[in-house]
Design a protein around this ligand. Structure first.
Ligand SMILES: Nc1ncnc2c1ncn2[C@@H]1O[C@H](COP(=O)(O)OP(=O)(O)O)[C@@H](O)[C@H]1O
Ligand SMILES: [Mg+2]
Length: 264
């Protein structure tokens, strides 16, 4: 049984209710799964439907065996599935410490212990705990957004384009941190525009085109597929090869912090 199981999910917005057209996906503890696909394919919409931000018109979502189909975002979170949205995912005027406390807003128990647990998983946040959200680099902000989500002690972390706008170096460091969370047993499902890089670090992938899964399987098999490379790299084969060299292993403890661009 998968920790997250999405079956035949259909839905969209009031004005356009058939954006996601019968999508099935799974992810399991320790697994890191990528959802890639062209702009407008319905990747973000699929995550919103799965996490209760949008109401699905058909399909089923279960988290650790609990049916959360049609449940509120709060109930989905209580079941163990948390979405880190692409934007506006940290409070700019609050410190890292305060941002993490906000992540415990709906379940204000043992906040200090949970925060220490997040710091242990994402040591860079501990180093800068008094820094305000607006002082952080793009990569640090995404780490903080994940930290806020981790305060809910999720079984599944859904990430919407965590590396959007980051430099290649910051993106690969962030991927390494996410891989570390997966190694810790969190199931990861991640939408990514940096498709080849994301597949390089993930176990499995789904290719979403026009609201449907057109390809799924081992990440390495998807990367190797010529059609996929053409779709995402515009046929730039040599370039793609170079970009496809991913961080393949989780970093040793402490490596994330050491390798990250420190702020003055
Ligand atoms: N709030 C919204 N209301 C209506 N349509 C939307 C809304 N957000 C996105 N869409 C439409 O849904 C489709 C899929 O969008 P989205 O899921 O954001 O794509 P992706 O994340 O794959 O780039 C697009 O055609 C987009 O225009
Ligand atoms: Mg999107």
């Amino acid at each position: 049984m998968s920790v997250l199981a999405i079956e035949g999910l259909v839905g969209g917005y009031a004005s356009a209710d058939h954006i996601v057209k019968g999508v099935s996906m799974t992810t399991d503890a320790g697994e890191m799964v990528a959802i890639i696909g062209p702009n407008g394919a319905g990747k973000s919409t699929a995550l919103k439907l799965a996490t209760g931000l949008l109401r699905a018109s058909a399909g089923k979502v279960s988290v650790a065996g609990a049916d959360v189909t049609g449940a509120s975002p709060q109930a989905v979170l209580a079941a163990g599935l948390v979405l880190v949205p692409q934007e506006r995912n940290v409070f700019a005027a609050l410190s890292i410490e305060e941002n993490l406390a906000m992540g415990a807003y709906t379940t204000p128990k043992q906040v200090r212990q949970r925060r220490e647990a997040v710091y242990a998983r994402l040591p860079l946040l501990a180093e800068r705990r008094r820094a305000l959200g607006r002082m952080l680099s793009g990569g640090q902000r995404q780490l903080l957004a994940m930290g806020i989500a981790l305060m809910a002690e999720p079984r599944v972390l859904a990430l919407d384009e965590p590396t959007a706008g980051l430099s290649p170096k910051a993106a690969s460091e962030l991927f390494a941190s996410i891989r570390g969370l997966a190694s810790d047993g969190v199931a990861i499902i991640m939408v990514e525009q940096n498709a080849i890089e994301a597949l390089g670090v993930c176990d499995r992938g789904y290719v979403l085109v026009d609201g449907q899964v057109v390809r799924e399987g081992e990440a390495s098999a998807i990367i190797a597929d010529e059609d996929i490379r053409r779709l995402f790299l515009g046929g730039r084969k040599g370039h793609g090869q170079a970009r496809a060299a991913p961080p393949s292993k989780p970093p040793p403890a402490g490596a994330t912090a050491a390798a990250s661009p420190g702020l003055p």
